[in-house]
Design a protein around this ligand. Structure first.
Ligand code: ADP
Ligand code: MG
Length: 257
């Protein structure tokens, strides 16, 4: 199954498509994400960015093409098998357990990875290793003092930080972040940007973001999508300089240079 020709890329999309009836939300998109990249995807609303993430994480089946993770064809694998291969996603719409504490949200994810399942939460007292891991993850995302709060009590920005901790708990090699800064204050966005920048190099980050300052601060590679198509992939400078991109997208948005 392993395709050694593509071992240098952690993620490879080969002409993936997603049609809804006759509507082509994604049409023949080819994209490669290098291991260790900080890779941003930009494009106007409706470009197909979230749909693309669905095809990568496995929440949405492709209607054409193939998805490879580390050279392995995962196109037909369900979400949990992809998580097992190191693909973790935070979603545009939060999937936290709002009535559970911050610590419990992270512990559940840690225990799920350890094979504990949901019932594992009751054995938390007997699992000091996972408890320590959960506290370490909260430290990493900047929430070390918020472990006793319920997820519902967190600010919008703190919830996003918690979502990243939950995603990191699965031990991802590829972290998918769909508009992580959406609805955040400038201060929260700055904190999140720092957090992502500080992630270890073993975690490849693919993120969708409308905040172009954040994109150009974090990304080493930028892909531009428009109307279900991949327009271009390049360095931040190449993307900023592209007249095609400016016409399709950047022309409608103010970009600081
Ligand atoms: P983006 O994240 O870039 O804003 P999306 O991937 O959410 O774009 O959506 C791309 C296009 O696909 C949009 O026009 C959207 O309305 C359409 N779309 C997304 N999901 C569905 C669905 N389940 N059924 C029909 N159309 C959909
Ligand atoms: Mg979207």
């Amino acid at each position: 199954m392993t395709d050694h020709d593509h071992h240098h890329s952690l993620l490879e999309l080969r002409q993936v498509s997603r049609h809804f009836g006759s509507f082509r939300a994604l049409d023949d998109v080819a994209l490669t994400v290098r291991a260790g990249a900080r890779h941003a995807i930009i494009g106007p609303n409706g470009a197909g960015k979230s749909t693309l993430f669905g095809l990568i994480s496995g929440t949405l089946p492709v209607t054409g093409g193939s998805v490879f993770v580390d050279g392995k064809d995962v196109t037909r694998l369900p979400v949990h098998r992809r998580v097992g291969l190191g693909v973790a996603a935070t979603f545009q719409h939060s999937s936290l357990f709002l009535r559970e504490s911050v610590l419990e949200n992270v512990l559940l994810a840690v225990l799920r990875r350890a094979g504990g399942g949901l019932g594992g939460l009751r054995r938390v007292g007997a699992r000091p290793k996972e408890l320590a891991q959960a506290h370490a993850l909260l430290e990493r995302v900047g929430l070390p003092t918020r472990h006793e709060a319920t997820a519902a009590e967190l600010s919008h920005g703190e919830r996003r930080q918690l979502e990243v901790a939950v995603a990191l708990a699965t031990g991802p090699r590829l972290l998918l972040l769909d508009e992580p800064a959406a609805g955040m204050s400038p201060a929260e966005t700055a904190r999140l940007t720092e957090l992502i920048a500080a992630l270890p190099g073993e975690v490849t980050v693919l993120f969708v973001e409308h905040d172009l300052d954040m994109v150009f601060e974090l990304a080493d590679t930028v892909s531009v999508m428009h109307l279900g198509r991949h327009l271009m992939t390049g360095s931040p400078d190449e993307v900023r300089a592209s007249s095609e991109v400016q016409t399709a997208y950047l022309g409608t948005v103010e970009v600081s240079s």
